[in-house]
Design a protein around this ligand. Structure first.
Ligand code: IPE
Ligand code: IPE
Ligand code: MG
Length: 259
């Protein structure tokens, strides 16, 4: 069995089980040094390796990386082709590192939109890493949250029409069953790089109560120290989920809670 030695940093507060990252700023990173955008993507792939390894070593249970959005298909054909080639190379080259770190890779998104060879490579990497018992690495590929919700709704409607689902019983748990990955718990911490303060159609349902952290550096410069900064910030957060801070456990209610 493959699993790294877990060394969890202690910032005196909670540690996120599931981290989601919007990896942004590859193009800007390259342009800032007079290089073409694709060089930023290449360097960004290196960051993916470093951050995946760090998270696995720290005992993060799930890491979801926004690698390519449904909207990204609108980019110039050359850039899209480059990204697809890079993806395929990454999925082959990273296998030994993923295996060494006990990482199980899965994709979420409209992966059928990927070029056939990239999809085949993706399925093979999912298969090869499928038995690993360490961290789950979810790559969001051709992913869009509105697309995911529309796809889910299609499934709901089909099952309702087939008599498999009673519309009156539909609740939040039903909806979840029709999402791309109904099993993995919601992200606790959502990080975005390159200083941008938006979600760009990422995990809108699942990130309802995620804690947000925006790093100013572009993705190629996001390193272990940056990750630790995000974790330190997370450790200071108070998560309430709409409730109150010091909600009293079972059996006690003083009627005067703060929060
Ligand atoms: C993120 O970097 C990578 C992808 C979206 C594929 P960008 O390519 O968005 O870089 P910027 O935001 O233009 O700098
Ligand atoms: C979000 O970044 C998508 C990914 C990181 C894959 P974008 O660069 O595509 O987002 P916008 O266009 O700045 O919102
Ligand atoms: Mg961007």
């Amino acid at each position: 069995m493959t699993r790294p030695n877990i060394e969890r940093p202690d910032f005196g507060g909670p540690f996120p089980e599931h981290i989601a990252i919007i990896m942004d700023g590859n193009g800007r990173w390259a342009q800032a040094q007079g290089l073409r955008r694709v060089f930023g993507h290449r360097r960004g792939a290196r960051t993916v390796r470093e951050i995946t390894t760090s998270c696995a070593e720290m005992g993060v249970k799930s890491l979801t990386l926004y690698a390519f959005s449904v909207e990204n298909w609108k980019r110039p054909r050359r850039e899209v082709l480059y990204l697809m080639r890079l993806l395929k190379r990454y999925l082959v080259q990273e296998r030994p590192t993923l295996m060494r770190n006990g990482v199980r890779l899965r994709a979420i998104g409209r992966v059928d939109d990927l070029p056939e060879d990239s999809l085949r490579t993706l399925r093979e990497t999912e298969r090869v890493t499928g038995e690993n018992e360490g961290m789950l690495l979810r790559l969001a590929l051709s992913y869009g949250s509105r697309a995911e919700l529309a796809d889910a709704l299609k499934g709901v409607a089909r099952d309702a029409m087939a008599g498999l689902l009673d519309p009156d019983t539909i609740d939040e748990q039903t909806m979840r069953r029709y999402l791309y990955d109904p099993v993995t718990p919601d992200p606790d911490l959502m990080i975005r790089t390159a200083g941008e303060m938006r979600l760009s159609n990422f995990l809108l349902w699942q990130a309802s109560y995620a804690e947000l952290h925006v790093a100013d550096v572009c993705w190629p410069d996001f390193d272990r120290a940056q990750l630790l900064k995000a974790l330190e910030s997370y450790a200071r957060r108070t998560r309430k989920f709409g409730g109150l801070v010091d909600a009293v456990g079972p059996g006690g209610d003083d009627g005067e809670r703060k929060g």
